[in-house]
Design a binder for this molecule. Structure first.
Ligand code: GLU
Length: 476
């Protein structure tokens, strides 16, 4: 999954901040994996967008910029690519530009109708330098932008990106910059993540909050099929037709930048294993209200519907599916209803039996696992309710679910899941107790006692970790 960063600052003072934010954001998104990196910068008076991109590690790009510095700017966009269309090399790396170089875009995802659009543009005389689907979108955006100038006499990147988004099929998050509007960055998303970071006299965009959390913890959700325009002091969200979204949802990120640093450990995995106890503890925090009732985070499911549930299907991929397998034992024991665990990528292809009495539990650390997202959409179309267990606030999976239980494990950087896994099991246990409560399958005291014994888990995990550390030290 590639990384995306965007920055819009003060249009009166071009400076090094857009580049700094882009490079620092890309560094924080490196954990997602990538094969090349690039940035585009825009400032008033530029004739074309300043673009620099390099295959390989982010360090290659940084070295290249150190050798040959980039101009100061007011806005910037940055990208780490995970090649899908075209080999990883300097030319295929993002950003890609319009024919006249006035517009640049970065893109996460795959544009399914790129071949047809490319042929159409080639017929009109457009030349392509890369093999990517993204360059097709860049050339098309340039063409749309020129058309808008022709029609109205002025540039309108926001409108141009919306028109572009309506023409693209497939999955995309796109960020774009145009030298004729050096005060804004425009984004659009369809089946791919995008979040806004709200700053003071500056605003940010990112494929996840890690991209900008070092600068601001205030974030705004961008929904499926929405576009966003950010400047230093304004954020405007609309659908692809241009209808303004009056009150986009904002939230505060509950971890800070240091949580995504190694902090003295040899590896992120080492660090994150040692965060297991805290992850479990935070996931259990505040789950019992003053009347002794179990709390979930966001529930848009009627208690009556919860009572009627006669089957649970857990949908998840990889480690999250293992969390589901562990949870199955507890939930079946406590609630006495069958629990199936299904790999999300198989789910919608086998015509599963789903009714309004089936509760589908979608487990995902990032909340953006595409197979899980597709599976939950299928379940909802069939009339089942979906509850998400997720570690990332405001991600697509919790947003599209009927209820949410957040794991509060903090950012997980290591690819093999550790603390998010134990937090997922913990959250699934809380769900089991909640269902036992609404269905009357356990006595209130029993539920409270079970929750208390769960609260003792962090201490037990800590004991295991300490014992292991001691054994390793003694053996050394
Ligand atoms: N499909 C685009 C490419 O191959 C974007 C890949 C990505 O998400 O990084 O360049």
């Amino acid at each position: 999954m590639c990384g995306i960063v965007g920055y819009a600052g003060n249009v009166r003072t071009a400076c090094g901040k857009p580049l700094e934010v882009c490079l620092q954001g890309l560094r924080r998104l490196e954990y997602r994996g990538y094969d090349s990196a690039g940035v585009a910068l825009t400032a008033p008076g530029m004739d074309h967008v300043a673009v620099r991109k390099k295959a390989g590690r982010l360090a290659n790009l940084v070295q290249d910029i150190e050798r040959d510095p980039m101009p100061e700017a007011t806005v910037g966009i940055g990208h780490t690519r995970w090649a899908t269309n075209g080999v990883p090399n300097d030319t295929n790396a993002h950003p890609h530009t319009s024919r006249d170089g006035k517009v640049a875009i970065i893109h996460n995802g795959i544009i399914e109708n790129a071949s047809q659009l490319r042929l159409d543009l080639q017929t009109e005389g457009y030349h392509f330098v890369s093999e990517t689907d993204t360059e097709v979108a860049a050339k098309l955006l340039g063409k749309i932008s020129d058309k808008i100038i022709e029609e109205t006499g002025k540039p309108d990147l926001f409108k141009a990106v919306r028109r572009l988004a309506r023409m693209l099929e497939g999955a995309f998050t796109i960020l774009a910059t145009d030298v004729r509007q050096p005060d804004i960055v425009v984004g659009a998303r369809h089946d791919s993540p995008l979040v806004v970071g709200l700053g003071d006299g500056e605003n940010f965009l990112g494929s996840d909050v890690a991209a900008f959390v070092a600068y601001t913890k205030r974030a705004m959700e961008i929904d499926q099929d929405q576009a966003v325009m950010v400047s230093a002091d304004k954020v405007v969200v609309s659908d692809f037709m241009g209808n303004i979204v009056p009150d986009p949802k904002t939230y505060t990120v509950d971890w800070d930048a240091s949580a995504a640093e190694k902090g003295g450990w040899d590896s992120f995995m080492d660090k994150e294993i040692h965060e297991d106890p805290a992850a479990v503890q935070r996931t259990l925090l505040g789950r019992l209200d003053e009347n002794g009732n179990i709390n979930l985070d966001e529930v848009r499911i009627d208690e009556h519907d919860f009572k009627a549930i006669d089957k649970i299907i857990v949908i998840a991929c990889g480690t999250a599916a293992y969390a589901g397998m562990v949870a199955k034992y507890a939930i079946e024991h406590w609630v006495r209803i069958p629990v199936e665990v299904e790999l999300a990528h198989e789910f919608r292809y086998r015509d599963p039996i789903l009714t309004p009495r089936t509760l589908v539990v979608a487990i995902s650390q990032s909340g953006e696992t595409m197979d899980t997202l597709m599976a939950l959409r299928h379940a909802r179309e069939q009339g089942s309710k979906v509850l998400a267990i997720c570690n990332t606030q405001g991600a697509s999976i919790p947003r599209e679910s009927d209820a949410v239980l957040y794991t509060h494990a903090g950012p997980e950087v290591a690819v093999a899941s550790t603390k998010a896994f134990v937090a997922q099991i913990t959250a699934a246990y809380v769900l089991g107790l909640y269902l036992a409560q609404v269905k009357g399958a356990m006595y209130r005291d029993e539920i409270a006692q079970t929750l208390d014994s769960l609260k003792d888990m962090p201490r037990k995990i800590q004991w295991v970790l300490d014992t292991q550390t001691k054994t390793v030290q003694e053996a050394a």
